[in-house]
Write a protein that binds this ligand. Structure first.
Ligand code: HEM
Length: 125
């Protein structure tokens, strides 16, 4: 049986993968790059997908280890984290569709990541 600590490492690894790929895409768009002329598109998309998957696997793995059962209602702190995950999972399209928002994505990464981390660590609600 895989431990809570193992899932925590998978969770953090996923966050690092996802953040680094989104940072790369945002910088490319800030420098005037488009989706078509991004020669590392497949690479960053792979890192992003892998990261998003690791966050979920690690997160749900930890949930199972801390005693959550199937069918149990998700507490608010977890719903906030899931919303952050959805936003960051959908984020790679943003800098290409709206290049002027690429800078905001770069700033939004630590802000959203910070909110999700706060929710996981303090569980205020
Ligand atoms: C991009 C979004 C997310 C970020 C940045 C994030 C970040 C974090 C961080 C920094 C921790 C603390 C790890 C530690 O204890 O050292 C944590 C814990 C946790 N996260 Fe996330 N998380 C995200 C999304 C999710 C999602 C989608 C889930 C649910 C599937 C989830 C479930 C958990 C759980 C269960 C914990 C452990 C809580 C505990 O220790 O009792 N997280 N998260």
């Amino acid at each position: 049986m895989l431990s809570r600590e193992f899932y925590n490492v998978v969770h953090i690894l996923g966050i690092i993968l996802l953040m680094s790929s989104l940072g790369g895409v945002a910088l490319h768009a800030m420098n005037g790059g488009t989706s078509a002329n991004n020669r590392s598109r497949r690479f960053t998309a792979t890192l992003h997908g892998l990261g998003a998957a690791c966050i979920l696997v690690g997160g749900f793995g930890m949930l199972a280890r801390i005693g959550f059962t199937h069918g149990e209602m998700f507490p608010p702190w977890l719903l906030v984290k899931l919303m952050v995950w959805i936003l960051l999972a959908a984020a790679p399209f943003l800098p290409y569709q709206r290049p002027h928002l690429a800078r905001w994505l770069m700033l939004g990464l630590p802000a959203l990541g910070g909110v999700a981390a706060f929710m996981g660590i303090y569980k205020p609600v």
